[in-house]
Ligand binder design. Structure first.
Ligand code: 3H9
Length: 705
């Protein structure tokens, strides 16, 4: 194994290479290694300049996130020590960047005299996405180097900046198109030969003379809606404001204190959990190593409704040709018109160029016969949630599709095994449950049937990554992971309104908890008829002794299907999506309580949150017991990316761990007593609570098994 930091002399330039795969993170020992070689270069009279570069596919992607929260070796040098040494360097140092130069990696580069990069390099401070702020001088040096406004935008959004933009901002001094190492060495040689002094980010505060009056206050107000519930974006702004007021050493001190606050916050722990959970979800235990699955060169989609059209867009957006099939010209034209409208909206908003839109539209073909799908590598069926229709389609797909093609269904709750049994190749059948709008939502629940082959799973998990989705592998059950958990959440929301709350109170309490929207608002957005159809299908098998709220059905039968009909749980003014309380619905709810013999009572926000969130956890535990989800963290990924669960709470299972499983179990038992059988505690929850363990322990022991 090669050393994680190497030194080579090339003519009069010392090249320090960080080789710490996969992303050259600044793990313990790496700053020491870089510092040792820097000193060696400073001391060697034959060396006139130094280059800092990354091995493999990237420059340094930041501090090692895995080490946060763990005890650190007090003897080991820190990133801040490294940057201090760089800033005091007697010889010019050039950061040569490719791949990603992120967080602490970019901060180290800011400590160098020169920054150069390959054309495709991405630069950024993504710390805010894991609840932190750039804590090794990024908030102080970036505004001094590139100006307050662009620096603030980079630091608060966490978004990456492309190479050309980095060049125009002055974040890098040059874009080097040839061999980065060679060109950077030549750049360093020239700098050493031609100049006696080398640029350095100075101590005076960043220039605020061009900022408008109240600039930082306005910025705080501007980001407030998208940063709802979040802690670190506001501390990022504080830090940049310090950079405009304080000399560098004092600014660095303030930044350090605020960084420590972020690091100690529950939010950063939850967001870091979410970061690793998403990466863990991509790994499927048991799949043969290196199995890539069939490459997808062309796709087919059956059904051009909202979901089908959105799924076709996912393929076209990723550059994959896609053929869309409908049953009538009219339905096809309608579906394509929606797709085109979506693209045009993106162009109008400046998110997509005319040229890219044309390219994407050109990748889409369409027709009226399933026979046209004979050459696709994957077909995704996205028609009505009716088993009979799906069975007929899969029988036909089995006849027409080429051997080895993946046959996928976008069902959100139906039995994938039953669908697979309509074919002679159940190994090729899999569920791909997209979320609406499919071209926007990141979650892809990938449903493994009893006979789905490893190749099919590998192909779909790879496809998920390629089309920019977070794939989570789940097993077959009614509603899979996400919707199965949703049943309990919505059920309790409905019971709460029978008992005394109104829809807006339930929604407000859950939005206050952190959910992107409340259950009634989201129902209206998604369309009430979808859930109604599922409930009708389940009616025959629903145990009659169990409590059932029929208000949702009544509302649907009144023709109130949510936002699309202007009325649902709320009413809507034409052209406005703001939910407004509707006296007609509230009267109906009061009437229903009376009919049920329930004396309405005040229902507090705490009860609303417990009654809706704890069933998620209890059901999640049952899902784990049954092996429907592979990990508790996969459930978190599903709920964060598909259901608007606050990422900064880490997902329902991480949230349960944070609350304490003992406390959650005790509450579930209490509600079991008062509310009855729906609240039957999961055996796993009981066991973990009894053992003083949590879901993270379960995942850790499964990973090490
Ligand atoms: C920081 O720098 C703090 C400082 O300001 C102040 C300090 C005082 N550490 O995403 P991928 C792993 S905070 C450890 O699948 P991609 C990742 O878990 C840090 N591990 O690849 C995965 O492991 P595995 C600021 C990391 O090509 C593997 O690398 N920096 C780190 O799609 C591949 O990752 C960030 O927040 C890390 N920093 O994307 C950058 N980064 O194979 C966060 C990645 O075992 N990282 N890993 O599952 C990213 O945004 C993406 O990983 C990146 C590559 C764009 C780099």
């Amino acid at each position: 194994m090669s050393a994680p930091v190497r030194f080579e002399r090339c003519r009069g330039v010392g090249v320090i290479t960080v080789d710490n795969p996969p992303v050259n993170a600044l793990s313990t020992g790496i700053p020491d290694g870089i510092m040792e070689h820097l000193r060696r270069g400073f001391d060697d009279p034959a060396i006139a300049a130094l280059v800092l570069i990354g091995a493999g596919r990237t420059f340094i992607a930041g501090a090692d996130i895995r080490e946060f929260g763990k005890p650190r070796d007090p003897e080991a040098a820190t990133l801040r020590d490294l940057i201090e040494l760089l800033e005091g360097a007697a010889k010019p140092v050039v950061a040569a960047m490719h791949g990603n130069a992120l967080g602490g990696g970019l901060e180290a580069a800011l400590g160098c005299n020169y920054r150069v990069g390959s054309p495709g390099t991405r630069y950024g401070f993504p710390e805010v996405k894991i609840g932190l702020l750039p804590g090794a001088g990024g908030t102080q040096r970036a505004p001094r180097l590139i100006g307050v406004e662009p620096a603030l935008e980079m630091i608060v959004s966490g978004d990456f900046v492309a190479s050309q933009r980095a060049l125009s901002l002055g974040l890098i001094d040059a874009e080097l198109e040839g061999d980065l190492r060679e060109d950077a060495i030549a750049f360093a040689e020239r700098a050493a030969a031609e100049r006696t002094s080398h640029p350095r980010i100075g101590s005076p505060p960043a220039d605020r003379s061009k900022l408008s009056e109240g600039y930082f206050e306005d910025y705080r107000a501007k980001i407030a809606p998208r940063a709802r519930g979040l802690f670190s974006p506001f501390l990022c702004i504080d830090c940049v404001e310090f950079a405009t007021e304080l000399p560098l050493p004092e600014g660095l001190q303030c930044e350090r204190e605020l960084f420590e606050q972020c690091l100690a916050s529950p939010q950063s722990k939850a967001l870091i959990h979410a970061f690793f959970a998403e990466r863990a979800a991509a790994k499927v235990p048991g799949l043969p190593k290196g199995l890539a699955g069939r490459p997808i060169a062309k796709a087919g989609v059956v059904g051009a409704g909202t979901m089908g059209g959105g799924i076709a867009m996912c393929f076209a957006n990723a550059g994959i040709p896609v053929h869309l099939v409908e049953t009538s010209e009219e339905a096809l034209a309608k579906g394509l018109a929606t797709v085109h409208r979506n693209y045009e909206r993106s162009v109008a908003k400046g998110r997509l160029s005319e040229e890219k839109m044309a390219e994407r539209r050109d990748l889409m073909t369409s027709g009226l016969s399933l026979g046209e799908l004979k050459d696709v590598d994957i077909v995704i069926e996205a028609v009505f949630e009716e088993m009979d229709i799906k069975i007929r389609i899969f029988e036909e797909l089995d006849r027409v599709c080429k051997p080895g093609a993946v046959l996928a269904t976008n069902t959100s709750s139906l039995d994938v095994n039953e669908i697979a049994s309509a074919t002679r190749r159940p190994e090729a059948v899999i569920g791909t449950h997209f979320f609406s709008p499919a071209n926007v939502m990141r979650l892809l629940e990938t449903v493994r049937g009893g006979k789905t082959s490893d190749e099919t799973i590998a192909a779909v998990m790879a496809l998920a990554k390629r089309i920019g989705k977070t794939g989570v592998l789940v097993g077959v059950c009614d509603g899979f992971v996400g919707n199965r958990m949703l049943y309990g959440y919505l059920r309790e929301a409905n019971f709460l309104i029978e008992e005394g709350a109104f829809p807006h109170q339930v929604d407000e309490a859950l939005v206050e908890f952190g959910m992107a929207m409340g259950p009634f608002g989201i129902n209206d957005l998604a369309g009430l008829d979808v859930g109604y159809r599922v409930r009708k299908r389940q009616a025959a098998s629903r145990p009659k002794h169990l409590r059932y709220s029929k208000i949702g059905d009544t509302i649907c039968e009144m023709g109130r299907h949510g936002q699309k009909t202007g009325k649902g749980w709320y009413r809507y003014e034409p052209g406005n999506r703001t939910p407004l309380r509707d006296p007609e619905i509230e009267a109906l709810i009061v009437e229903e309580s009376k009919a049920l013999g329930i004396a309405r009572r005040e229902v507090g926000a705490e009860e609303i949150v417990e009654r809706c969130i704890y069933p998620l956890i209890n059901e999640g535990a049952k899902i784990l017991e049954e092996g429907i989800a592979l990990r508790a963290s996969d459930i978190d990924v599903v709920w964060i990316n598909g259901y608007g669960f606050p990422r900064w709470c880490g997902g329902p299972m991480f949230h349960a761990d944070s609350v304490g499983l003992g406390k959650v179990y005790e509450a579930v038992c209490r509600y079991h007593e008062s509310q009855g059988p729906y609240w039957e505690p999961a055996a796993l929850l009981k066991r973990l609570a009894g053992e003083g363990k949590n879901f993270a322990d379960l995942d850790a022991s499964a990973a090490s098994a």
